[in-house]
Design a binder for this molecule. Structure first.
Ligand code: UD1
Length: 416
């Protein structure tokens, strides 16, 4: 059941209700280690990255249950501070588990994350930030051993506003005595969500959403319930699919401001967009227009997690588009697969030149990473003829039942 079979060429029409953002829920699950009491997360998506993170929680001694999109966690019995390589390897960004383990147990041991499908995942900023909080770190034989016996508030100056490093340091600081200040912090909405969750449990975090975050250490966190933000990348993916196929789609649950960089570019391709308090409607007719230049940037710039889906849209647009990937070095692999569908894309270093063709043609293609895989699905939906996307498990890391969502919008897509 790892293939998606698509008969393309149908417009997409209807409504989509979004689950909570994977990139909010993953750090929130990690942050739950900071309390011994019950935590309940609502609208939680059923994704392989989420179940992988819950496996990590269980391996540490915690308990977790995900039923009907409600996630219950209790970490009272967490005793182990050691995360095995086999578990972290599955979720590329799971290094942020280090911060909460250190905060709670004052010691932690994880293996060094290697590279991944989209590029290297260095963690120097994470470790530098933890050192600034007084954590002693020993890196040896691929292992990172942390002694947080003297952890306390400190000042962290990030050289780059890394999302993962900001989250890691925030979580490590919650139970550390004194005040921590993170300068040049990432400003992504998921960081604001993590602050919201920690404060719901009695933490004292301020400033998320700006580049200066302050954490005043507390002795203990309580339990609590939390509804994370909707998934802005899933929203962007479904809106972009409609732009590629034509049609009329409303995406519910999204706060439009969080994806304005994407909707602004969609409008430039000629779509009509209407934003409401909690939903966005897109109407697309005719061939999309090329966009002269798109560059991925940190928030509020154009998200790297939407670059591939836009590549699929622009592959059959009217004119030439330039796409520059500034965040990860290996995020253009999907363009080779799009080439098999007739796309005309040249990649040099971090820049792709996309010469829009008349129409993409169905082909057998292979998903190599999560967002690149979603891009191939979009291309298949818009293309003439039949497309098979192999290795759909990559897509399942970030989209709950992608085929069910698209079928409800009128697409012809099956899993086989
Ligand atoms: C990134 C995205 C985030 C997205 C997530 C999942 C950005 C800025 N971040 O977060 O929006 O939701 O992927 O796909 O778009 N880096 C270092 N040293 C470090 C940490 C990072 O050099 O210690 C570099 C990375 O190589 C990369 C950049 O910083 O070039 C972005 O990294 P970071 O924001 O940390 O990545 P994620 O947290 O995975």
């Amino acid at each position: 059941m790892d293939n998606l079979m698509i008969r393309g060429g149908r417009p997409l029409t209807g409504e989509v209700w979004l689950p909570a953002a994977k990139n909010s829920v993953l750090p929130i699950i990690a942050a739950s280690i900071l309390t011994e009491e019950d935590v309940v997360i609502h609208n939680c998506p059923l994704l392989s990255d989420i179940t992988g993170m819950l496996d990590i929680i269980r391996s540490l001694g915690g308990r977790a249950e995900l039923k009907d999109n409600t996630l219950w966690i209790n970490n009272r019995d967490v005793r182990s501070a050691c995360v095995s390589n086999a578990l972290t390897g599955g979720i590329r960004s799971s290094i942020f588990i280090l911060g909460p383990i250190l905060g709670r147990l004052r010691t932690a041991e994880v293996s060094y994350p290697g590279g991944c499908e989209i590029g290297l995942r260095p963690i120097d900023l994470h470790l530098g930030g933890l050192r600034a909080l007084g954590v002693r770190i020993n890196e040896e034989g691929g292992m990172i051993r942390c002694d947080g016996g003297n952890i306390r508030g400190g000042i962290v100056n990030l050289d780059f506003p890394s999302v993962g490093a900001t989250e890691n340091i925030m979580m490590a600081a919650v139970l550390a005595e004194g005040r921590t200040v993170i300068r040049n912090a990432a400003r992504e909405p998921e960081i604001v969500d993590l602050q919201g969750f920690i404060n719901r449990l009695g933490g004292r975090v301020h400033g998320a959403g700006s580049s200066l975050i302050t954490i005043d250490g507390v002795k203990k966190l309580s339990g609590g319930e939390y509804l994370p933000l909707a998934d802005r990348i899933a929203a962007g993916t479904y809106l972009t699919a409609c732009a590629a196929c034509g049609g009329d789609v409303t995406v519910h649950g999204i706060y439009a401001e969080t994806i304005s960089a994407v909707t602004e570019k969609l409008a430039r391709t000629g779509c009509e967009l209407r934003e409401f308090d909690d939903r966005i409607r897109i109407r697309a007719t005719g061939k999309p227009k090329a966009v002269s230049k798109i560059e991925t940037q940190v928030y509020p710039g154009f998200p790297t997690d939407m670059q591939a889906q836009f590549g699929a849209l622009l592959a059959a647009a009217d004119g030439v588009s330039i796409v520059v990937e500034n965040i990860f070095e290996n995020r253009f692999k999907y363009t080779v697969q799009l080439g098999m569908m007739g796309a005309n894309i040249t990649v040099k270093d971090r820049t792709a030149v996309i010469r829009g063709v008349k129409r993409l043609k169905g082909a057998q293609v292979c998903a190599e990473d999560l967002r690149g895989g979603a891009a191939l699905v979009l291309a298949g939906l818009a293309a003439e003829g039949e497309t098979t996307v192999r290795n759909a498990r990559h897509i399942d890391r970030g989209y709950q039942n992608i085929e069910t969502v698209f079928r409800a919008l009128g697409a012809d897509i099956q899993r086989k």
